[in-house]
Design a protein around this ligand. Structure first.
Ligand SMILES: [Zn+2]
Length: 201
């Protein structure tokens, strides 16, 4: 009996900043590819589990259910809405704020203070098996809040190469999420020049 298909996600290199901020990588986990293709790295419970494990947010054998994968995809949409509002200079959507705040407070992302006879006082993050996803959502929501309010927030930008929908942290004038997107944008500009239409910004 065949289970869920194994890893089939093509290698899409993380956008600049996405290795530093897992919340940015979360926002970029539903990718519009040229040619009208769409890649959802959280599209199935198995894929979502691999994504969490790859970011150190869940053990590899966590065995996520579809309900949990759907909660992760839902947080992604709220984080995307907040990043987009920050990039566009628009008011932050209140439902996205509420969702991120709820995820942050639903499970403690902090290492809590504990006491045991052998160790005395110490701090430890607990990962009870039934709350793995709550902890992962809390960590991602906290990271999103740090990203959106920290020193790097002003560098957040959307990839300037349609139809790409990824966000990145800008370095200098570069505003493409990948070499592939940069090449495509340059080719589009060259085509626009040849055909006499004004080049896009
Ligand atoms: Zn791109």
């Amino acid at each position: 009996m065949n289970g869920e298909p194994g890893p089939v996600e093509p290698a899409v290199p993380p956008a600049p900043g996405a290795e530093q901020y897992p919340a940015l990588d979360l926002a970029n986990s539903a990718i519009v590819l040229p040619g009208g293709r769409f890649l959802d790295l959280l599209g199935t419970p198995g894929a979502a589990g691999r994504w969490l494990a790859g970011h150190g947010l869940a053990p590899a054998d966590a065995g996520l259910g579809e309900v949990c994968a759907a909660r992760l995809r839902s947080l992604r949409e709220q984080v995307r809405a907040l990043v987009a509002s920050r990039v566009d200079g628009c008011p932050a959507p209140s439902d996205a704020l509420a969702a991120v705040n709820e995820a942050m407070t639903k499970a403690p992302a902090a290492a809590l203070l504990r006491w045991e006879p052998a160790r005395g006082l110490h701090r430890a993050v607990t990962h009870p098996a039934d709350r793995i996803v709550e902890h992962a959502l809390a960590a991602l929501a906290t990271d999103a809040a740090d990203l959106l309010t920290g020193a790097d927030a002003g560098r957040l930008t959307a990839c300037g190469s349609p139809p790409c929908n990824r966000f990145l942290l800008r370095h200098g004038r570069r505003h493409w999420c990948s070499t592939r997107c940069g090449d495509r944008a340059r080719a589009a500009r060259a085509y626009a020049r040849r055909t006499g239409r004004p080049a896009e910004a």
